[in-house]
Design a protein around this ligand. Structure first.
Ligand SMILES: [Zn+2]
Length: 262
């Protein structure tokens, strides 16, 4: 989620990846009627947000691949999975430009498009103080195998905090049922300014009030850190189609459960 201090020209790879992606900065036309109070899958508007941009690509993996590329691949699959399971109004949101303005562009796109849920897809790293060095592909590279796992974040400042928390818990529950574990380090002092309050210690939901995309969205909003790409083993797993399927399947199952309960 954080932006590393190392400025490396690997952003180019992300640009190439993005070139094949449906770039959607344009908000959908508001139709004038209120959003659905019940969850009818085909009308429930889920915005699947690709974290970061080609220019501001987020974290760098242990093998020097930018986070943006990981986010794009997974978010595309999550979008496709949701659509195939009846959530026809789901759309992928790819944003360009610099980091901070891109956050407000995302919020505008979701709010103008009258989203019912904003789901932001990211991949995790660690604070710079925890990084160790190794050589990969002939280049000095950085890693940390100390932590792994996914995590979910919600903001208490979001107008639909309770719904956001419920959805995050459902996604976390599905991931747990698939045998995955959450990243427990966010409640530890070692995380410094990245330390967060753990709201659900069973399935790994944290509170992150200050995050623009969670607090300024008019809809419920959840941020998913799908896994750690600074962990050398987990980076490999996060590149695998099997893991993509598991995560996308967990999100879709959680959405089905959410709609059935409403
Ligand atoms: Zn990120």
């Amino acid at each position: 989620m954080r932006t590393p201090w190392r400025a490396i020209a690997i952003g180019l790879i992300a640009l190439l990846l993005a070139a094949g992606a449906p770039v959607q900065g344009k908000p959908a036309k508001a139709k004038g009627q209120p959003g659905p109070t019940a969850c009818e899958p085909k009308r429930f508007r889920i915005v699947v947000d690709v974290g970061h941009t080609p220019d501001s690509y987020g974290a760098l993996s242990a093998r020097n691949d930018p986070e943006f590329g990981f986010n794009l691949v997974l978010a595309k699959l999550v979008t496709a999975k949701l659509k195939s399971e009846g959530f026809a109004a789901t759309r992928l949101l790819v944003t360009d430009g610099k980091a901070r303005p891109s956050l407000f562009k995302r919020v505008s796109a979701a709010n103008d498009g009258r989203a019912d849920l904003f789901l932001s897809i990211h991949h995790d790293s660690v604070p710079d103080t925890l990084l160790e060095t190794w050589e990969f592909d002939g280049a000095k590279s950085y890693f940390s195998d100390r932590f792994s796992g996914h995590s979910l974040f919600v903001s208490q400042q979001n107008p639909h905090f309770a719904t956001s928390l419920m959805l995050a818990r459902m996604i976390g529950r599905q991931l747990k049922e698939q045998g995955l574990h959450y990243a427990s380090q966010y409640s530890l002092p070692v995380m410094g300014r990245y330390r967060r309050q753990l709201l659900d210690k069973d399935v790994g939901v944290y509170r992150y009030d200050g995050l623009v995309v969670l607090s300024r969205t008019s809809s419920a909003a959840v941020l998913l850190e799908a896994g750690s790409i600074i962990n050398r083993d987990e980076e490999m797993a996060m590149n695998s189609p099997e893991r993509h399927e598991v995560v996308a399947g967990a999100v879709a199952a959680a959405m089905r459960e959410f709609c059935e309960r409403r």
